[in-house]
Design a protein around this ligand. Structure first.
Ligand SMILES: Cc1cc2nc3c(=O)[nH]c(=O)nc-3n(C[C@H](O)[C@H](O)[C@H](O)COP(=O)(O)O)c2cc1C
Length: 184
């Protein structure tokens, strides 16, 4: 069976958790997935052998990582030829107001800018805050990000809607999504 690529970028680990969860959903649907951290040495060795790709990363200071951008650009030629889904993990995505969702969507546009890639599915996924694992500077920035979404600054919280992630992956692999459509 030709595998599906799940390539992710993470700073604190929540997006790795999301990527591994997606691989589990694919496995349960009878698909095999290769899960690759775009910051790892394996990322440079990725070959265009995949039937489809799910690529995503987390947002810090309003943007996705440079590693994710570099991965998208380096692999854009073949990613354009297979069904592609993009997912973004952030606190902004956890906001339930239209402005928050629009902001999360713009950050996806920014990540894809300059690649000409048009994913069949885009997914905005709520992230997590784990203050105990941050150093002082990161804790301060995370408090501000928490306030922006109305969360309690300093309290560890997971905003990820795992059922939503499952629905996104299932919809993508079943080819339910035609054209560029967002699955929240
Ligand atoms: C230092 C820091 C800065 C962050 N900045 C933003 C931000 O600008 N916008 C946002 O929506 N979320 C922001 N977040 C929330 C992260 O996107 C969220 O914690 C996510 O789960 C991180 O995923 P990761 O663990 O895979 O890196 C920030 C988190 C931290 C710790």
């Amino acid at each position: 069976m030709i595998p599906v690529l799940i390539a992710f970028s993470t700073a604190e680990g929540q997006t790795r958790k999301v990527a591994e969860f997606m691989a589990g959903v694919l496995a349960a649907s009878g698909y095999r997935a290769d899960v690759v951290d775009v910051a790892s040495e394996r990322a440079a060795l990725v070959q265009p052998i995949y039937a489809a790709a799910i690529v995503g990363g987390s947002v810090h200071m309003g943007r996705h990582s440079g590693e994710l951008t570099r991965f998208l650009r380096a692999n854009a030629a073949w990613l354009a030829t297979v069904p592609l889904a993009f997912f973004s993990v952030s606190l902004t995505a956890a906001r339930d107001d239209g402005a928050g969702q629009a902001a999360a969507s713009r950050m996806i546009d920014d990540a894809l800018a300059g690649t000409d890639l048009v994913p069949a599915c885009r997914c905005r996924i709520g992230g997590a805050l784990r203050f105990d694992e941050y150093g002082p500077a990161k804790r301060m920035l995370a408090r501000r990000a928490a306030r922006d979404v109305g969360a309690e600054p300093g309290t560890d919280t997971e905003f990820t809607d795992w059922d939503g992630v499952r629905r996104f992956v299932v919809a993508f692999v079943r080819g339910y999504d035609k054209g560029s459509r967002e699955v929240a």
